[in-house]
Design a protein around this ligand. Structure first.
Ligand code: KIV
Ligand code: ZN
Length: 499
């Protein structure tokens, strides 16, 4: 066992599965277990066999399906629990029984109605009994986070003497501070005479948002196994997230800690767990959240384009995410817009970029986030603007129930501005008539089509028009979140081919 090797004990299928609504059936659990095996975890806590026939059966089937990791079953310090766990684990290539009992003042006196001496005796009996079935026995001192260190050291020594190979120090209630938890592990490393005969394990809950910090503090102070779940799911506020601990070890090389996880499989594993457990991952979740590698502000986007490391400490490819994303919003700059256009296969000229950017900012203000479909429409519309001889300078429309629709249109044509105000039977009719009056052209509107790209009322509208002039057909196109403006621009786009 290398000194700096940290063993990854995954409890997604036990502590993670305790989350209300996240229960999986046996087939799903097997899929998760195989995925965890491919990810490279050292131990899979497959369930709590005595808790239900379903859990028992899942531990049996996972034991048959998975061969690399140790398969572990949870028990209380109760003989029957241990017998049932041993039975469930009988097909496992390598099995472990995880037994234990509460050791804090609260648990001893207010949950178990017992005494410290009796708790130690029950723990010893449980470990010794589990040893009659399997070689590998882990003992948990439940609520160790709030257990007096001197008493905890005594418990740990007795359990190692009874045969425990791993001692779990759970911060069951997520109460400790990283410094306290680290000191607890250090205390045990220094005050338990037989400590070199077992591995100390962390098991931290996230009630105060400190699970990962506590786990790392434990490891830095000597723990060599971490109990974690994918996406940090688990009782109440959850457990320590596997992906966070693994990526800390990988990113902070000076810690000199290694593990067996293949980080490239982290993201796909996270997606699988989220889907099967119907548990969405919060967008800002470290490593696997939707925004973990998404840059939104112009300054950051520009910085990442100059050098990714300016704003990213992890290459997204390392955890199996294809690339960083730039969320195009009103705060994005030209650099990010150009970058995305390039990724979409467009290489607009400088003049077109300026027009696209102006339109983009208007859409971004209206829509908050501009997606690829919006961009494609903007590129189409802007490229036509560059070629146009006519430009819509101003449009003012008055319409609504009980009023006569009237439009005032100003067009820039050959360096000068021309304005007309015309009434119509609707805002589009009035605007189109004003354009025709300015250009003094008679045309027939053959087709006029408005399409929303998505569904929201803030959506970008694409407008196609077809006009006929002297028997010849001309097409026009534009896009805007303001469909009247888009319509008039599309009409001008077609009309500009006549002048
Ligand atoms: O949080 C905890 O204390 C536990 C134990 C059962 C290991 O999950
Ligand atoms: Zn727990």
């Amino acid at each position: 066992m290398s000194k700096d090797r940290v063993y990854i004990f995954d409890t997604t299928l036990r502590d993670g599965e305790q989350v209300p609504g996240c229960q999986l059936n046996t087939i799903e659990k097997i899929e998760v277990a195989k995925t965890l095996e491919a990810l490279g975890v050292d131990v899979i806590e497959a369930g709590f066999p005595i808790s239900s026939p379903g859990d028992f059966n899942s531990v049996v089937e996972i034991s048959k399906a998975v061969s690399e990791p140790i398969i572990c079953g949870l028990t209380r310090a109760v003989k029957k629990d241990i017998e049932v766990a041993a039975e469930a684990l009988k097909f496992a290539k390598r099995s472990r029984i995880h037994t234990g009992i509460g050791t804090s003042y609260y648990h001893i006196y207010h949950k178990l109605n017992s005494t410290p001496e009796k708790i130690i005796a029950r723990g010893i009996d449980a470990v010794k009994y589990a040893k009659t079935f399997v070689e590998d026995v882990e003992f948990y001192a439940e609520d160790a986070g709030r257990t007096d260190n001197k008493f905890l050291a005594q418990v740990v020594e007795e359990m190692i003497k009874a045969g425990a190979t791993v001692i779990n120090i759970p911060d069951t209630t997520g109460y400790t501070l990283p410094e306290e938890y680290g000191k607890k592990i250090k205390y045990l490393m220094e005050h338990v005479p037989s400590i070199d005969k077992a591995i100390l394990s962390t098991h931290c809950h996230n009630d105060l948002g400190m699970a990962t910090a506590n786990t790392m503090s434990g490891v830095i102070n000597g723990a060599r196994q971490v109990e974690v779940t994918i996406n940090g799911i688990g009782e109440r506020a959850g457990n320590t997230a596997l992906e966070e601990v693994v990526m800390i070890m990988k990113s902070r090389k000076h810690l000199n800690l290694i593990n067996n996880i293949n980080p490239k499989k982290i993201y796909s594993t996270s997606r699988l767990i989220s889907t099967l457990m119907r548990m969405p991952v919060q967008p800002n979740k470290a490593i696997v959240g939707r925004n973990a590698f998404a840059h939104s502000s112009g300054i950051h986007q520009d910085g990442v384009l100059k050098k990714r490391e300016n704003y990213e400490i992890i290459n997204p490819k390392t955890v199996g995410i294809k690339e960083s994303t730039f969320v195009l919003t009103a705060r994005s700059g030209r650099a990010a817009l150009k970058h995305r256009l390039k990724q979409l296969g467009y290489l607009p000229e400088k003049e077109a970029i300026d027009i696209i950017y102006d339109k983009f900012i208007i859409v971004a203000d209206a829509k908050k986030e501009v997606n690829d479909d919006d961009l494609k429409a903007l590129v189409g519309a802007s490229e036509r603007v560059v070629k146009r001889t006519l430009h819509l300078e101003k449009l003012q429309v008055l319409c609504g129930k009980g009023s006569v629709p009237v439009a005032t249109v100003t067009i820039k044509w050959e360096g000068s501005e021309h304005t007309e105000t015309v009434e119509g039977n609707g805002p589009i009719d009035a605007s189109f008539s004003a354009v025709k009056k300015i250009l003094n052209k008679k045309v027939k509107l053959e087709e006029f089509l408005i399409q929303a790209i998505h569904r929201g009322s803030n959506d970008l509208g694409k407008v196609h028009v077809q006009i006929i002039h002297k028997g010849q057909v001309y097409y026009g196109f534009s896009a805007s979140t303001d469909i009247i403006t888009a319509s008039v621009e599309a009409f001008i786009d077609a009309m500009s081919q006549l002048v």
